[in-house]
Design a protein around this ligand. Structure first.
Ligand code: SF4
Length: 355
């Protein structure tokens, strides 16, 4: 099965001139931005083009800036080490029980901070022979319980092609769960059709992890699309990236997470911005991220709070990096910090000699 033919339907490339015509305030003039879009592809979906005209937080995520031409120390072309863990083209197998199938490199938008910004673009979908080899690897690896479809954005595929991939995964007995990581429900909500939702229904349990970073992205059509997914019985999580100048305030994050939770989306991860080349102007410090998470604890109920994580540069996996509420003094003595910042002693009880 070749996934190549239908990939760009309706997905026009736009130019800096289009953004000026939309009335967007550009950070630099068109001539200065030309080398940026030569280095890193630009695309905004019609929905995000519209949202960007009224929201600086949306515009900053998609409108190029000459700051992207600056590579800071430690920045990498493959910051999370997809390539190190790729046994085959189109497959990342980092953890024992799950693998990522990169079925496309295409997205409806190209985010200016993307950690895969060196690989996403209009290069199309995974060729048929590579898809066959990746599915064969999954079938020959009984420990693989969950397959994560990402890319690019897996929901750019047509329902027919997604359904075909789902059927082939469902035919592998040890695969139980398929997780889609996608920005489509937010940036191109009209693509969440009944046909697409039906294509995701097999014996496998489907989850969709929605990438969204600011409540201004959650337009009325996006909220309706998320409602359609929820009513189809598909599990919904969110992932957000902590981005300087977009969502790096307690108020912005609180509004985002409350909105998601109300839409039946569990905030799952808040990612520290990866060491992608040319994304330094978006990156906060870890200390700033911890302060934000500490400010949110107590303001938001537990299910509204995501885990603040870092993908350790070089492909070593994700680790929680949120603030610590527990410090060990000595032996059984601990100190707890409550949500107001007050500290309290705690002592582990002595073990019962009968145990
Ligand atoms: S939609 Fe996802 S994969 Fe595509 S550019 Fe944005 S962050 Fe990267």
């Amino acid at each position: 099965m070749d996934l190549a033919p239908d990939h760009h339907a309706g997905r026009a490339t736009i130019s800096i001139t289009d953004l000026i015509r939309d009335g967007l305030a550009l950070p630099q003039d068109a001539a200065a931005l030309a080398p940026v879009v030569d280095s890193f592809r630009m695309r905004l979906s019609p929905d995000m083009r519209h949202a960007a005209t009224t929201s600086a937080a949306v515009a900053r995520q998609f409108v190029p800036s000459t700051e992207e031409l600056t590579t800071r120390p430690g920045e990498m072309t493959d910051p999370i080490g997809d390539d190190i863990h790729a046994p085959l083209p189109g497959l990342t197998h980092r953890y024992p029980d799950r693998a990522i199938l990169h079925i496309t490199k295409t997205c409806e938008v190209y985010c200016r901070f993307c950690f895969r910004r060196e690989t996403v673009g209009d290069t199309g979908h995974l060729p048929g022979d590579q898809l066959d080899a990746a599915l064969d690897h999954i079938a020959r690896t009984p420990a693989l319980w969950e397959v994560i479809l990402t890319g690019g954005d897996p929901l750019v595929l047509s329902p027919r092609r997604l359904g075909a991939v789902m059927s082939r995964l469902a035919a592998i007995p040890h695969v139980e769960v398929v997780r889609f990581h996608s920005r489509i429900p937010v940036v191109a909500p009209n693509r969440i059709t009944d046909a697409l939702l039906a294509a995701l229904q097999t014996r496998l349990t489907p989850w969709i992890v929605i990438h969204t970073n600011h409540a201004d992205e959650l337009t009325a059509p996006a909220r309706e699309a998320i409602g359609r997914i929820a009513r189809a019985g598909i599990g919904l999580l969110s992932q957000s990236v902590l981005l300087r100048g977009v969502n790096d305030t307690p108020e912005a994050l609180e509004t985002l997470f409350r909105t998601l939770y109300r839409l039946r989306v569990k905030p799952y991860y808040l990612h520290h911005c990866d060491m992608a080349r040319g994304a330094g102007h978006f990156r906060t410090s870890i200390a700033d991220g911890q302060s934000l998470m500490a400010a949110l604890r107590g303001r938001l109920s537990g299910p509204c709070l995501p885990t603040y994580v870092l993908d350790i540069p070089g492909g070593h996996g994700k680790v929680p990096i949120g603030p610590a509420y527990l410090a060990r003094h000595a032996g059984r003595e601990w100190e707890m910090t409550d949500w107001k910042g007050r500290t309290h002693p705690y002592r582990d009880p002595e073990p019962d000699p009968q145990d």
